[in-house]
Ligand binder design. Structure first.
Ligand code: ZN
Ligand code: ZN
Length: 402
């Protein structure tokens, strides 16, 4: 049996860029090591979750690891909370939260005048009501996540975001009997939040400057964290994850992977990729499966910066030099979790390149690891096919039939 190193370059797939002479970032990048692995491997295109699905990093990573997002993706709330670094526990209920502006009893702006930083406001709302702990963390601009921790909590409650303006802000209602207690503590929280936010120095200052106050917190996307069979139960491999992104670390933890911290891993484009790849290789001494998520490619795609995406790929490629030496006893798998084309600035449903490289398997004729290069490779797969192929190449698959 071989060890497995799965490297997911987030948002790797791209589309033609004018500034790169019509090439994708992968096509334009100098990447001898990725190309070496492609020439010494089986390659193809992978559709994350399914064909044409514009998957998020959360649904895609779940699917790649063999957890059907239809079953285990329990709403944006829990995954958003994990993305903001709130460590979730069994029984927690998590919401996406927005700060909005209420003037004269009416919601006038669902984004609180595009407020830049709500961290002080969020901090002022943390509390405990009727034995339920309220944990809140700010995200970008008006966004935040709220987690309720306590006993007998339910996600069967209505959202409090009216989704339009010029209307009264809402309270929540139980959608089923089991949601009554949760709805009552949330409504107490909302009343208390309104009092605090209306008198908060940040908001008084905003009003003084003629800006809209962030004085209403609206909740949606309620969900519990899913209970998932552990990765080692599913595949019989002990596993670890290296990622600078809280959302990916959260998903890895849900699947029972150990989290390995790496010096210089920032979750941004300035990550020390040498440290990341070298730590992954040394972790293979203790783990049979190591998942690495590299975020920089996705960030460059969202920022619509093709040169930056190309340069991230080149830096990652340089760090991959030592991978050539481990192919004897390790299956190296490299792919993306979705495309984030620089021309589009967000995730698209395009397929992403994938390669499987290890000594002794049959290689295809592909020798360039890019969207077009791998299109003549062996595979056209969905992300749900990835783990079965991994099990097969790493000599773990059980025989089907006699
Ligand atoms: Zn992603
Ligand atoms: Zn993204």
């Amino acid at each position: 049996m071989k060890k497995v190193l799965l490297i997911i370059m987030d948002g790797l797939g791209d589309r033609p860029n004018n500034s790169l002479n019509g090439k994708t970032a992968l096509q334009a990048a100098y990447k001898p090591n990725l190309d070496y692995l492609a020439s010494n491997g089986a390659t193809g295109l992978m559709s994350p979750v399914s064909f044409g699905i514009r998957s998020g990093s959360d649904t895609s990573h779940l699917s790649i690891l063999g957890y059907d997002p239809e079953k285990y993706y329990t709403g944006r709330g829990p995954f958003e909370a994990m993305g903001l670094g709130i460590g979730l526990e069994a029984g927690d209920i998590a919401f996406r939260a927005n700060f909005g502006s209420v003037v004269d009893g009416k919601l006038v702006d669902r984004r609180a005048g595009r407020i830049k930083d709500t961290s002080e406001l969020s901090k002022s709302l943390e509390t405990s009501i009727d034995g339920v702990e309220f944990i809140i963390k700010s995200g970008v601009e008006h966004r935040a996540a709220l987690v309720l921790r306590g006993i007998n909590l339910s996600d069967k409650i209505s959202e409090t975001d009216p989704h339009n303006t010029d209307t009264e802000p809402l309270f929540t209602k139980p959608l089923k009997k089991e949601g009554e207690f949760t709805a009552s503590v949330i409504n107490k929280f909302i009343e208390r939040s309104r009092r605090i936010l209306n008198e908060h120095p940040v908001n008084l200052k905003r009003i003084e400057l003629g800006e809209l106050p962030a004085n209403e917190i609206m909740l949606r996307g309620a969900g519990k964290i899913p209970e998932m069979p552990s990765f080692s139960e599913k595949y019989g491999m002990n596993a670890a994850c290296i990622s600078g992104t809280p959302l990916i670390r959260g998903i890895a933890k849900l699947a029972g992977l150990d989290i390995i911290n790496v010096d210089g891993m920032t979750g941004r484009t300035d990550t020390n990729y040498e440290n990341v790849i070298n730590s992954a290789i040394s972790s293979l001494k203790n783990y049979e499966f190591v998942l690495v998520n590299i975020k920089g490619t996705d960030i460059a795609g969202h920022d619509k910066k093709p040169e930056l995406k190309k340069s991230v790929i080149e830096r990652v490629d340089r760090a991959m030099e030592p991978l050539k030496k481990i192919l004897g006893d390790t299956l190296v798998v490299i792919t993306g979790d979705h495309s984030t084309p620089c021309s589009y600035g967000d995730h698209t449903g395009d397929p992403v390149p994938v390669l499987f490289s290890t000594e002794g398997i049959l290689y295809d004729y592909v020798n360039s690891f890019d969207e077009l290069g791998v299109s003549s490779g062996f595979y056209k797969i969905k992300s749900t096919d990835l783990m079965p192929i991994v099990l097969s190449y790493s000599e773990r698959a059980e025989k089907y039939g006699a």
